[in-house]
Design a protein around this ligand. Structure first.
Ligand code: SF4
Ligand code: SF4
Length: 473
């Protein structure tokens, strides 16, 4: 089925030019005034001061540029001297009250730094009291993305962004030469070369490629019989398909135990890596392909289950704008997080409990991209239901798609992950878990402990082969 490209719309209500199809979206001058407007609001609010390097840099820089900062902080007063009430009025006479807004003193390079340090975790959005429909209509993550997209349009897409965004192409080549590709990724000379040519930091631990993709495994396995339970379609995600098919196999195993009939329709990348790199058109092409191939399953009443938080977020939140058609909205509305669905099955008593003690003590990291979808901590609850003694690790891991792989952000990414890693260790877990495969990668790099998707822990528990995360020497 071929879908129309976009719907005609009246953009007058989108006065800040934040919708992709609004012609103002691509206007660089409009973007600049929008950055100024939002930075002023944020400077007055500062609720996000400790969320990420982006806000940290913004507020520090504004403070540095404020000519009256020291006076406002009382630094002109004698250190340690207690000011009596009768002296305060006299001292205040010498304080200059300024209405000048230091946000206006920010330079282009300051704005660029704030933009590039945003890794699109989206945590500031649910925290912000000024998101639409508030009249201020602050959407900080989307504004940062808009700035990246306009930059990519003006300067052209960098080779690294093309490479990181081509997950299906790179994945299908690498899985064919998996032993060679994996050996090369562990060779220090190759890593140096990769850093110079692709800008991927030499010390970033990369995921291995699988010898057989999940979708090839799916094609050659015996068809599942109709179990009389829910009918679902699995959106495997690129990571599961090319890097860790075991997550997909575990999902099929657990869904089958819940009596579900599973299908895997044709699918391509959700488009997140392309969006991250500023390639809107590339992301839209993928969105349209996915809508076309997932629509029959949705029309047959099936939920589309995704095990990857970032991919689920794109399909649920971005798809209606990437593919702004009734079909796009229809597919988007049918997408569900895999752990969320399994927990529903468990609570409806359709899923048997695994043997007692098989799950053990788990440090469960909640992925930012699940947190912002507001459906609760489903992976944690699923492991708890399965008998796990679960500690929640609710701090950002700082990996955020491909951001933490890039040479210039690698150190910053590890710094962001410090608190999460400390919380994992403090829990003294048998097993580390996160729904996000890239968070698992980051936690492994920081703690040397392997980390697993909850569905893998559950499937292994059923099979009597518990997954554990010992520290690596
Ligand atoms: S989306 Fe995340 S990284 Fe970007 S500004 Fe918001 S909190 Fe910071
Ligand atoms: S994004 Fe919203 S909550 Fe965060 S600092 Fe800006 S205005 Fe405040």
């Amino acid at each position: 089925m071929k879908l129309p490209i976009v719907e005609q719309r009246d953009w007058s209500a989108d006065k800040h030019g934040m919708a992709y199809d609004n012609p103002q979206f691509w206007n660089a001058e409009h973007l600049e005034s929008e950055l100024h407007r939002v930075f002023e609001i944020c400077n007055g609010c500062r609720l996000c001061f400790n969320l990420c390097p982006s806000f940290d840099v913004l507020f520090r820089r504004v403070d540095q540029l404020d000519p009256h900062r020291e006076e406002a902080e009382g630094k002109h007063l004698e250190a340690g001297k207690i000011v009596e009430e009768h002296e305060a009025a006299e001292l205040l006479k010498h304080v200059t009250v300024s209405t000048e807004n230091p946000v206006g003193l920010l330079q282009d390079e300051d704005r660029e730094r704030v933009v590039e340090l945003c890794y699109e975790c989206k945590l500031c959005y649910p925290k912000c009291p000024y998101v639409p429909p508030h009249e201020f209509a602050v959407d900080f993550p989307k504004l940062m993305l808009r700035a990246k997209m306009i930059g990519a349009k003006e300067d052209g897409l960098a080779f690294r962004e093309r490479f990181l965004g081509a997950t299906d192409l790179v994945g299908s080549v690498m899985t064919r030469i998996a032993p060679l590709a994996n050996a090369a990724a562990h060779n220090s000379f190759n890593r140096l070369l990769m850093e110079k040519t692709l800008g991927i930091h030499r010390d970033r631990q990369l995921p291995n490629y699988a010898g057989e993709t999940f979708l090839s495994w799916w094609d050659r396995r015996a068809p599942l019989r109709d179990n009389g339970g829910a009918e679902v379609a699995l959106f495997a995600t690129c990571f599961v398909n090319y890097n860790d098919p075991e997550i997909g196999k575990a999902a099929v195993d657990v869904l089958t135990r819940a009596g579900c009939s599973v299908e895997c329709p044709e699918q391509v990348c959700c488009g997140m890596p392309k969006l991250d790199g500023g390639d809107l058109e590339g992301a839209r092409k993928l969105a349209r392909k996915n809508v076309e191939s997932l629509l029959p399953a949705v029309r047959a009443g099936k939920k589309i289950l995704s095990p990857g938080p970032s991919c689920t977020l794109v399909l649920r939140n971005e798809l209606p704008e990437l593919c702004p058609t009734p079909e796009g909205r229809e597919v988007s509305a049918a997408v569900m997080d895999l752990s969320d669905f399994l927990l529903q099955q468990a609570r409806a008593r359709k899923l048997p409990k695994p043997p007692e003690g098989a799950v053990g003590k788990v440090a469960f990291h909640v992925a930012c991209h699940n947190r912002v979808q507001n459906f609760g901590y489903r992976g944690r609850d699923l492991l708890k239901w399965a008998g796990g003694d679960v500690t929640l690790v609710d701090r950002c891991c700082g990996m955020d798609g491909t951001w933490g792989m890039k040479s210039e952000f690698f150190e910053e990414s590890l710094k962001v992950a410090e608190t999460a890693a400390r919380k994992v260790e403090a829990a003294e877990p048998d097993t580390v878990s996160s729904d996000c495969p890239l968070a698992c990668l980051q936690l492994r790099q920081k703690t040397t402990r392997p980390a697993y998707h909850p569905v893998r822990i559950l499937s292994a528990a059923y099979q009597g082969e518990p997954l554990r995360s010992p520290r690596k020497p």
